[in-house]
Design a protein around this ligand. Structure first.
Ligand code: ATP
Ligand code: MG
Length: 149
C-alpha cells in the first residue's frame, strides 16, 4: 500500500547557500520524485530560529545554532509526496555529517555536526507546526503533475 501523501518543511541552511549547493540539493529532491510546492529565500531573525529550535534551548550548543542559522540567507521549501517526511529525513542522512551514510545529502556534502546543510521536519506533528511557521497558505502552490505532449 502506498504511504500517505505528506508535506514536510525543509530549510537549506546558510552553508548550503554559501557553498553553492542549492541546485545540487533541489535536484536530489526532484529526482527522487518529490514535488516542491513552496520555496523562498529568507534571512532569519533570531526570534524565528529560537522558536524553530526551541526544543534545543537548554543544550550547550544552542547559541551556536542561532549563530550558524544567521550566517547568511536560507532557502525554505515545502515538499510534498508519498511518505515525504521520512523520505526527506532519509535523503538528508544522520545529523552528524561525519556519521551520515555516503549517498545522503549530509554524508556526501558535509563534515561536521553543526554545518549539516539542511533541516527536514522529523514527524507529521512537527511538519504541521513548522510549515505555517515559514509559509502563509497563499505561498503554497499544490499542483497536479501533467505529462506534456
Ligand atoms: P535539524 O533539526 O536541523 O533538521 P536534526 O533533527 O538532524 O537537524 P537536531 O538534533 O534536531 O538534528 O539538531 C538541530 C541542529 O543543531 C542540527 O541540525 C545541527 O545544526 C545543530 N547541532 C546538533 N547537535 C549539535 C552539536 N553537538 N554541536 C553543534 N551543533 C549541533
Ligand atoms: Mg531536529
Amino acid at each position: 500500500m502506498p504511504a500517505a501523501v505528506e508535506r514536510t518543511l525543509l530549510l537549506l541552511k546558510p552553508d548550503t547557500v554559501h557553498r553553492g549547493l542549492i541546485g545540487e540539493i533541489l535536484s536530489r529532491i526532484e529526482r527522487k520524485g518529490l514535488k516542491i510546492i513552496a520555496m523562498k529565500m529568507m534571512a532569519l531573525q533570531d526570534s524565528l530560529i529560537e522558536e524553530h529550535y526551541f526544543f534545543h534551548r537548554e543544550k550547550p550548543f544552542f547559541p551556536e545554532i542561532v549563530k550558524y542559522m544567521t550566517e547568511g540567507p536560507i532557502v525554505a521549501l515545502v515538499v510534498e509526496g508519498d511518505g515525504a517526511i521520512a523520505l526527506m529525513r532519509a535523503l538528508c542522512g544522520a545529523t552528524d555529517c561525519a556519521e551520515a551514510a555516503i549517498g545522503t545529502i549530509r554524508g556526501d556534502y558535509g563534515l561536521t555536526i553543526r554545518y549539516n546543510l539542511i533541516h527536514a521536519s522529523d514527524s507529521a506533528e512537527t511538519a504541521a507546526v513548522e510549515i505555517p511557521r515559514f509559509f502563509d497558505e497563499t505561498e503554497i502552490h499544490p499542483y497536479a503533475r501533467k505529462i506534456l505532449e
